[in-house]
Design a protein around this ligand. Structure first.
Ligand SMILES: [Cu+2]
Length: 172
């Protein structure tokens, strides 16, 4: 019985370490940027993108959207970076410029490029997140939580075992 108690105590002493070796999820919380969507449509002349030139940042989405057009259109990037597909009267095609994709992207409506139905997307590098104290505190807190949380159930389980062992030894 003594060996069992000693084992339990040893485990109890090791329990705090368990929290340290538990993998901590370092991934930063996803910053929802659903509102950062730039829509390009077709204007009333039926032969122009509107707007024909937009500036976005990395991580943002450009959405080509038109419906019920008199003529079928598409949007094809000069180097094939994006391509809405066959010209259609109804198009809803979104493309997200990932981090590292900063640059200038020229695109055309294939059937109407000769009519000047062309456009340009300028993608600026993503801004660096400001190193505020608040975000530091938040990340510290979440890290502590992540470390403490897994250790707690282990400690509680061990305490139960020790208690059971103590009761058992008293009966002995
Ligand atoms: Cu067109």
């Amino acid at each position: 019985m003594r060996t069992a108690l000693a084992l339990c105590l040893a485990l109890l002493l090791l329990a705090p370490l368990q929290g340290d070796i538990t993998p901590v999820d370092d991934a930063p919380p996803l910053q929802e940027q659903s509102s950062n969507e730039t829509i390009i449509t077709v204007d009333s002349t039926n032969l122009r993108f509107s707007p024909s030139s937009v500036t976005v940042e990395e991580g943002e989405t450009v959405r080509f959207f038109w419906s019920g057009q008199a003529l079928p259109h598409n949007a094809v990037e000069a180097n094939g970076v994006f391509d809405s597909g066959e010209p259609e009267r109804n198009v809803d095609y979104a493309f997200t410029f990932e981090i590292g994709m900063n640059g200038t992207y020229d695109f055309v409506c294939e059937p109407h490029a000769a009519f000047g139905m062309v456009g340009q997307i300028i993608v600026n590098p993503a801004p660096m997140p400001p190193p505020t104290n608040q975000s530091d505190n938040e990340s510290n807190m979440s890290q502590e939580e992540a470390m403490d949380t897994p250790a707690l159930p282990v400690a509680m389980a061990l305490a139960t075992v020790v208690l059971a062992a103590a009761v058992q030894s008293r009966r002995d």
